[in-house]
Design a binder for this molecule. Structure first.
Ligand code: PLP
Length: 378
């Protein structure tokens, strides 16, 4: 009964789509690593979190909520947060959907729009959930590879979109690579999308990329489009609220949001998250400070690693995609023994790559030192 894996009896109960689902890899658990290797310190560079954590204003909002009590259900409509976001973006409140992290919205989009056999197009390598959620619904996922030099292959995208596609997932900047589609590339893809497909632009790392002149703000590119689209943002990355779970989507049509409301659980965003997010939006100083630190360290890490002979993609996000030239899971294991957690990229074709978050200077140094101790790139 306690064996892992599905017994015959369980397998008979399962939807076949679920039986075949791959597991999401969240990276190693810090506590376990600490105990397993008898370490005193862990550097966690596996989840692209903000090392500065949440804004003091958000912390204050949480204290206040705690003082007022947590015994009641959260506002099911998330009115205050929706109002603040609508104002921030200059759009109608009805076009905003909140999620328990933007992951929740990715899941809702698949549950709401995908039928068995529907086609989904995304990029390769890609965020694991762009594959897991569609597969869960019985849809098929076609992945358009980046070029060898980590660039968008517009021609391959146009070819992939020349068929009945239901959903398109684009992460801009890309997780795990960190590179971004240019405005021209994004426009070409938007143009190539069938009119009856829903285009999902996931801007989880928007705040890190937006100051780069080559980075296109999807809301600006899409606003004039008649077609259905949704842009996703999150409070988990640059805003540092990862543990609270809150993200949002801005949709082209109110009808998209209305459909997602019917599918979501009524209280999907908890009250602490709603109130902390409103406060975090107000704290531009904290956001800018976090982003500035990451940009500086991103440049330093990229240069250092390239000088040491590593191939590193030019990242606009808060992580780096690094070719170790050997089996990345071996490198990840060796780094764990040194107290550094990064993620091995298990996707076919990228087995030699690791993804490492950019963190505080001292933590980044520990990562660089540990990497130098365990290997030199071929
Ligand atoms: C981190 C991440 C998210 C999800 O973040 P939430 O914590 O669920 O808001 C979504 N998309 C991409 C590409 C990410 O990297």
């Amino acid at each position: 009964m306690r064996e892992s894996g599905y017994s015959e009896a369980i397998r008979r109960l399962l939807r076949p789509e679920v039986g075949g689902l791959p597991a999401y890899d969240p990276g190693a658990d810090p506590e376990t690593v600490l105990l397993d290797y008898g370490l005193e310190r862990i550097v966690k560079l596996s989840n692209n979190e903000n090392p500065y954590g949440i804004s003091p204003l958000a912390a204050q909002a949480i204290q206040q909520r705690l003082a007022q009590g947590l015994g009641r259900y959260p506002d099911p409509a998330g009115k205050d947060l929706c109002r603040a976001l609508a104002q921030r973006h200059g759009i109608a409140r009805e076009r905003i959907i909140l999620g328990n992290g933007s992951e929740n919205i990715l899941e809702l989009l698949c549950q709401t729009f995908l039928n068995t056999g529907d086609q989904v197009v995304t990029q390769s390598p890609c965020f694991g959930l762009y594959e897991i959620f569609p597969l869960m619904m019985g849809a098929q996922v076609l992945k358009v590879p980046l070029t060898e030099s980590f660039e968008c292959d517009v021609e391959a995208w146009c070819k992939a979109l020349d068929r009945p596609v239901k959903l398109v997932f684009i992460s801009n900047p890309s997780n795990p690579v960190g590179t971004a589609f240019s405005k021209t590339e994004l426009e070409a893809i938007v143009h190539a999308c069938p009119d009856d497909c829903l285009l999902v632009i996931d801007e989880a790392y928007y705040e890190y990329a937006v100051s780069d002149p080559s980075y296109p703000d999807a809301l600006k590119v899409l606003e004039a489009q008649e077609r259905p689209w949704i842009v996703l943002r999150t409070f988990s990355k640059a805003y540092g609220l990862a543990s609270l779970r809150v993200g949002y989507g801005i949709a082209s049509h109110i009808g998209i949001v209305e459909a997602l409301h019917r599918v979501r659980t009524p209280y999907n965003v908890n009250q602490l998250a709603q109130e902390a997010a409103v406060a975090a939006l107000e704290d531009n100083h904290h956001l800018q400070q976090s982003v500035a630190l990451v940009s500086q360290e991103r440049t330093r890490l990229t240069t250092t690693l390239r000088d040491e002979g590593y191939r590193v993609a030019t990242s606009l996000a808060n992580f780096l995609f690094i070719d170790t030239t050997v089996d990345a899971s071996q490198v990840v294991q060796a780094l764990l023994r040194e107290g550094v957690i990064v993620k091995a990229w298990r996707e076919p074709g990228f087995e030699t790559f690791i993804r490492a978050s950019v963190s505080l200077p001292a933590e980044n140094d520990l990562f660089l030192q540990a990497l130098t101790r365990i290997q030199t790139p071929a």
